[in-house]
Design a protein around this ligand. Structure first.
Ligand code: ADP
Ligand code: ZN
Ligand code: ZN
Length: 739
């Protein structure tokens, strides 16, 4: 009998199984669940995670390969996180190995240590700074080293610095330490572990909460140490952030860690700044500006309990926090909490699971809650907290009006009436925000003579005209070419430029107002690192008088000087093919409008539309978001769409249309879908993208359990279907859009 140990390993591959390996003989200590190991997988070496150990295997033990290296002696992932990830792998029907490794910072995926590294620092003592070199005559090496230290402009020396200049410095420096000429400090290596929140001596006193804010904060504080989900529904500018800060202060006093999730990267620096000003603690901020080492640092800081507050976007949900006592998720309705590729999870839904597992409260905040959350309020699953007034003294909700632009003079996307308003607000020293959810100069180029248009050869989409470099670019696949000066079909030179994007608005207004600072904020103008931050600051300080932007500019920002908001084209979302289209449109309109009148000056919002009679716009303006949501939720219920049913989409992409359709048909045949409605194969709303045909199967059920029961037995077999290897396919549980 050999006394082998078999370890079951999760590896980062898109396969629905774990893999057995043999532990090296006399391996001490035996790695436990959550430790990383290195294994040979096919021709590659991979970092994997131990899920269990034992003596049994489903394979002949003699054929098992040995583990090459044991990376961690202690689990790198806590039992709490692994439990969450295992749950997620089950719920999203995604391979566990891929789930685990997509939740880790890249450096850990590569096998780097997750321990704090400490490093010695040497400094001259007070005595050493003035000590005469001559007194060390009998120890020439020490004398030379001391002279070097005294002459250097540096105050602190690390091994790597000394290695650069000296061959044998360790013995002499030890001797100098013994003589009290040099001090030695063990410091946590600063390159690996910077404390991002700089800790101040005095604490900034928070604003005095109004009655509603204080009621909300108290409700959450009273729920500490148990699971409870709260929805803070506060109109834009009602001071939700102040409520968060108040509760976080309480949590910190209880020695608890707090996780704060935000949708947009652009919001992280702003919020982090507000938090550092107020909270006297180490804050780790996980945003896209970090490099891989910094990302690992933040992770380690949180894991070791050094960082007490973690602020980040979607993936920060997986940050290990041993003392986690509260989760806050701001702008909970935002679609960017849903990961749209690979492991397609929803950070809000998983945050709820994490809070439940950990038995702690979770606070979701929004001015425009998702229909899922509103329905959870109706069902009594969440507790509702309301903020109905603006927080800042004197600030009141903006005045919103529809501007019917049918048959009105329009120039470059701006109607004559709106232009008058812009001039009026400029004259009164107001700040103006113009919102248009389309970047570039114009959505296409068209021939006035023969009707030729610029379509992408690889997508069912038009090429967008970019004016500054006269390029036509596809916003879906990145294809790009020079804009022609005459029609390629009929050679006519009368090319026509219909519609407008943010660039066109900027060009037009710059001509009209040459002396005004205009700032355009969209993906094209903020590509360079730091640019977005700079522009947002300029906007906040009121330096730019006219702001033009896409949804990047619309969400969550506090621009206290904005007095006029213009929504240039409200019609884009009115006739969407997606069942969530109107919900998202209404949220966007309210969020953008909410940027007006946040300070002392009153705000005004003008919505340009060709459909002023549209019921969506009417309900929204007459009864606000809550009224709109009531009507729209009723319609959803009639149609049995989520949140009144549960949806899963099987998506597939293929070069040839038939291959994809064949694959989905084969899927359909092997699916035992009793109790579940099945639609498809259907073409995706954008059938062709980047040269591939996109088709889908839609599964819908009023019972979540039933739907997941069906999937559980079916999904692992999909990759074994004959046609599966010829297509790219994926499963999207609770999809946020149909595209
Ligand atoms: P929200 O996140 O709900 O949109 P913010 O938290 O950004 O709102 O607050 C909007 C503005 O109101 C901020 O400028 C904030 O300083 C101010 N504010 C919030 N609460 C109070 C309060 N209790 N007293 C005075 N000003 C407040
Ligand atoms: Zn033509
Ligand atoms: Zn394209």
């Amino acid at each position: 009998m050999s006394n082998h140990t078999v370890a079951r390993i999760a590896v980062p591959v898109p396969l629905y199984s774990l893999f057995d390996y043999l532990l090296p003989e006399s391996c001490e200590p035996v790695p436990v669940k959550g430790c990383r190991v290195r294994v040979q997988f096919g021709r590659k070496q991979l970092v994997g995670l131990v899920i269990s150990t034992g003596s049994e295997s489903n394979y002949p033990v003699a054929k098992l390969k040995p583990i090459l290296e044991i990376i961690d002696s202690q689990p790198i992932l806590s039992a709490e996180l692994i439990k969450l990830l295992e749950w997620a792998a089950g719920y999203y029907h995604h391979p566990l190995g891929d789930v685990i490794f997509s939740a880790m910072p890249k450096r850990l995926r590569e096998g780097m240590s997750g321990e704090l590294k400490s490093e010695n620092h040497w400094t001259l003592s007070r005595l050493g700074r003035t000590y005469s070199i001559d007194d060390l005559k009998r120890a020439p090496k020490q004398a030379a080293l001391l002279a070097y230290l005294q002459d250097s402009s540096e105050r602190e020396f690390t091994a790597s610095q000394l290695n650069g200049d000296w061959d044998n410095w360790r013995a002499p420096i030890q001797a100098l330490v013994k003589k009290s000429l040099v001090n030695i400090d063990e410091k946590i290596q600063s390159a690996v572990i910077p404390c991002p929140g700089h800790i101040k001596d005095e604490t900034f006193i928070g604003l005095k909460l109004n009655q509603q804010q204080s009621n909300a904060a108290t409700a959450v504080i009273q729920a500490f140490n148990a699971y409870q989900a709260f929805l803070l529904q506060g109109i834009t500018g009602s001071g939700k952030t102040e409520v968060y800060l108040d509760i976080i202060e309480f949590a910190l006093k209880q020695d608890l860690q707090v996780l704060v999730l935000v949708p947009e990267i652009s919001l992280t620096p702003q919020l982090t700044q507000r938090f550092t000003q107020r909270l006297n603690t180490c804050i780790a901020s996980l945003h896209s500006g970090l490099n891989d080492t910094q990302r690992l640092s933040a992770w380690v800081q949180a894991n070791k309990g050094i960082a007490r507050v973690v602020i980040g976007t979607r993936s920060a949900l997986f940050t290990p926090m041993p003392d986690l006592g509260l989760i806050i998720l701001d702008e909970e309705h935002d679609a960017s909490f849903k990961q749209q590729e690979g492991f397609r999870y929803h950070a809000r839904d998983l945050a709820l699971v994490r809070a439940k597992n950990k038995r702690i409260p979770i606070l979701l905040g929004s001015a425009t809650p998702s229909f899922e959350s509103l329905e959870n309020i109706s069902r009594g699953v969440y507790t509702l907290l309301n903020l109905t007034q603006r927080g800042a003294a004197g600030a009141s909700p903006p005045q919103v009006s529809l501007l019917d632009v049918c048959r009105r003079p329009m120039e470059d996307g701006i109607s004559d009436k709106l232009l008058i308003k812009i001039k009026e607000h400029l004259k009164n020293n107001g700040q103006i925000l113009l919102f248009l959810n389309r970047r570039g100069y114009a959505p296409l180029l068209m021939c006035h003579e023969c009707g030729w248009t610029t379509t992408c050869q690889r997508c069912d989409a038009n090429l967008t005209l970019h004016h500054h470099n006269q390029r036509l670019r596809c916003h879906h696949c990145g294809y790009e070419k020079q804009a022609p000066s005459s029609c390629p079909e009929c050679r006519h030179e009368s090319l026509y430029i219909p519609g407008a994007g943010t660039e066109r608005i900027e060009v037009a207004l710059t001509k009209k107002f040459p002396d005004i600072v205009i700032s355009r904020i969209d993906r094209d103008t903020t590509r360079r690192k730091g640019e977005l931050d700079k522009k947002l600051n300029q906007a906040r300080l009121g330096e730019a008088k006219i702001l033009i932007g896409t949804q990047m500019l619309a969400k969550g920002h506090d621009f206290p000087n904005v007095t006029l908001v213009g929504i240039l084209n409200a019609d884009q979302g009115l006739f969407s093919a997606d069942f969530r289209g109107t919900e998202h449109m209404a949220q966007l309109i309210i969020q953008v409008s909410g940027r007006a009148g946040r300070g002392e000056k009153p705000g005004e919002v003008i919505i340009q539309t060709h459909h002023p009679e549209h019921p969506l716009l009417h309900t929204l303006l007459e009864s606000g978001y809550p009224g709109f949501a009531r009507t729209a939720l009723f319609e959803r219920q009639q149609a049995s769409f989520p949140p009144f049913s549960y949806m899963v989409i099987v998506r597939c992409e293929s070069i040839q249309k038939n291959t994809g359709v064949d694959f989905l048909n084969e899927c359909r045949q092997t699916l035992n879908y009793q109790g579940v409605e099945l639609f498809g194969p259907l073409p995706a709303p954008m059938e062709r993208r980047a040269g591939r045909y996109r088709w889908q199967l839609i599964l819908l059920s009023s019972e979540r359990k039933k739907l997941h029961g069906v999937l559980k037995h079916w999904v692992p077999g999909i990759s074994k279907l004959k046609t599966a290897s010829k297509v790219r396919w994926s499963i999207d549980v609770d999809p946020q859009d149909m595209f």
